[in-house]
Design a protein around this ligand. Sequence first.
Ligand code: TUI
Length: 317
Amino acid sequence: MLNNSTVCDLLNIDYPIIQGGMAWIGTFELVSAVSNAGGLGIIGSGDAPTEWLKAQIRQTRERTDKPFAVNIMMMSPFLKDNLELVLAEKVGIVTFGGGNPGSYVPNLKEAGFKVVPVVSSVALARRLERLGADAIIAEGVESGGHIGETTTMALVPQVVSSIKVPVIAAGGIADGRGLVAALALGAQGVQMGTRFICSEECIAHPKFKEQIIEAHDRATVVTGQSTGHPVRCLENKLTHRFAVLEKAGASNAELEELGRGRLSLGVIQGNIEEGSLMAGQIAGLIKEVKPVKAIIQDIMAEAQQVIDVLGKFQSKR
Ligand code: TUI
């Protein structure tokens, strides 16, 4: 069986499936659905104000008594207030993304929290384990949004071999084959963002979901390489404008200006040409919008089938 991973024990969940804490669309509707289905839902606080996050935590609690987490984005202008809020609200599990959360880990540990940072390098995974991280999400360059440089295939086993705490694989995973592959690399679970965008419960605009359904294997591009903050999105008019500006040697300030407000324009308002449609390379595998419960059940069933086939393959030799 697949639900016996240490990540399940650590987070008190039934299945080793964790939802990516996506800004704007990792809201209580999706979070409570994932947690109620036996995975771990994560509120994506992004750069949202603390009052918004407080309301999201409260609304999630109204809909589930299962564990859920908050993702804290290190570049948020409300970073400190949001951290104080999750402590006051005793959320219990925090993930971090978009930077090094090292200085905040000890405080959360003292308060009894489970701390699960997202990293894109072995060095940061090691440092955060030393500071008390309970598990590490190793996120490959296949992911949507803000990304590192190493592929999931190369990053996950290197992180697994470098630390003792459980590793969760992220980036390029959307089905049971991906889950089994992650387990084969030594991970104890997976985090998925793009797959959960195409759920009935996710509040993402239907036009954004449709763009993912229609995506092919090369539908995403990476912008912002020149700024040191590369971001993967579905290719559209906005990413073309970024590419032209970057080629012309635009300053970080100009690129930031072009990016302002674009994520909500794309993913909430459904402006698929002028908005930022952050999504991972696995978008091309996702062919339908389904209820969260079906997504999780189908992945678990497929993973079990794959394991059974692999087991037979081995016994024939
Ligand atoms: O955080 C993410 N993905 C994100 S955050 C985000 S919000 C955003 N909005 C507009 C423009 C840019 C970002 C969208 N997507 N994933 C987790 C993740 N964290 N991936 C990589 C990292 C990471 C990168 C550097 C973690 C730590 C880090 O540390 C650098 C250092 O200081 O050592």
